[in-house]
Ligand binder design. Sequence first.
Ligand code: SF4
Length: 641
Amino acid sequence: HCESLFKPISINGLALRSRVIMGSMHVGIEGLENGIEKLTEFYKLRAKHDVGLIVTGGAAVNAEGSGGHDFMTIYEEEDVQRWKPLTQGVHDEGGAIALQLFHAGRYAYKASTQLDPVAPSPLQSPINPDQPREMTEEDIKRTIEDFAQGARRAKDAGFDAVEIMGSEGYLINQFLSPVTNKRTDNWGGSFENRLQFALKITEAVRRTVGPDYPVLFRMSGLDLIEGSTTEMETLHFAKRVEKAGADLLNIGIGWHESRVPTISMKVPRMKFVPVAEKIAQEVDIPVVASNRINDPQDANDILEKGTVQLVSMARPFLADPAIVTKGREGRFDEVNTCIACNQACLDHVFEGKAATCLVNPEAGRETELLMIPAKTKKNILIIGAGPAGLETARVSAERGHSVTIVDEKDEIGGQLNYSKRIPGKQEFYETLRYYRIQLKLLGVTVKLGTHLTGEDPLINQADEIILSTGIVPRVPEIDGVNDPNIISYRQVFEGTAKTGDNVVIIGGGGIACDLALFLKEKGVSSITLLQRSKSFAKGIGKTTRWATIMEMKQNGVQMIGGIDHYHCIDAHSVTYTLDGEKKMIKADTVVLAAGQLTNNDLVEKLTQLGKPVHIIGGAKDALGLDAKKAIYDGAVLARAL
Ligand code: SF4
């Protein structure tokens, strides 16, 4: 299976176990207590599972270039000793690991480094609060040397290779682009001048590490910034980097400030592979394709064509450390697929928290969420097969318990079944497929279409009961809200109620936005969202919220926020006050998507029966309802049973 993934390849003498690179991700684990030990376990688990080469998160080559206080560093001699256990750990598993040499340039935060960010020109990035200082000639020379010394330290620390970070809008990319480089000296102006910084770094790194040490270069294949480097220039640049001494080109897409989604769920799988393919035609060294490759069969198809030599996956290794091994063994339906939601990886990093994964809470918690066989085998009954219940079932069964999971509905998944129907969110099908297969493999008894009321042999036989019944939609207190012709978002998603062509939705959170996009795709022409709060899509993480709002606007969805008061509502109109003015909006259909309440009616009954009941997920906390929390709750609870 996936033979192309395992076709032998060496990068300057470094033989790789597979043609899959685990792309660089800042995970923030190193900043935690016992961070290095945790990071080592994190990488070891991936190394064990056939990854060809792991690339670390960006390790700052000097203090002002750091991405943040919890980022890796490689600018002090202590760093050599510090990273030795990490490289040793990966080698013990038979893996290989490259250190990424990183300088954030104008993306560095002063609040984090306590230093002014530096850049080719003093131009502030739209996503950063600090204006950078223009680098002097001396700064430039010192920084080139910092990259070289970083490479030396990486080699001394036992890393198998280094990767020079030249994409994503970081310092090297800033020098290359006419948008960020307005210098008038030898480092700016013409394209020839602008590419010198990258070339000088590559040459200096090569000189320092010697001819036989693998040096990778991550370059931007497509900036997605208006007025930036052209395609012709990019292709030329690739050849020059090759000539300067790079052994491999890893192709990045987009800058952090690009307003074009590059890695979100809405980006079709493998969309950017052609960018890498084009570059590969220009050079003789191996080229790596990346972005939205999350399936071992897709990766294999890309390599089978022979147009690029390797593929890079990053987040898919958070979702499933064994993704490549499962590909090799043909266990495709067992892959826990990264759904590109960014909710527990990138969003966490932006919030200054360590990265983990929505569909795999064990990621980044390798030393905490262990899978220890249960001492006493118990009968576990899980009521509710949403994400919280599913993860509880999986982990409990894996620990050796006898597990039954029931749900009123005819399919597992709870609210995830709504998510999967939203345009661009079809990846949720993969999560449901993963759980379905896991439950089957682990011998969990699944009873669908089953409503438990309290008196039931299943309940009597259970040693532990887990209530993961999720939520019920909240009905807001508005005059007339009980009109039977006013429908709930659930009825729309489940297809039990039809809407007209002019829909008003009460609510503006994540579910309301999903619903609007779902209806748009179904051809509804006029959609208006009403809510009290001024900001829409609240609760959606920073990395995807802007794209959701943009998509709503592009689709002509009206968003009216800041409503002071709702006077009355019926199936065809809503009357409200906005900015002190009374208004009425007409509709063919009014839909409620105004939050949710816990669904835990059964608690009292079960308690009366004297059964230990654990309440998790939305059934415990409807306000904080999200799949990430639900799955995490299940992962933790199941380890305590
Ligand atoms: Fe992928 Fe979402 Fe997990 Fe991040 S949190 S690795 S995007 S599934």
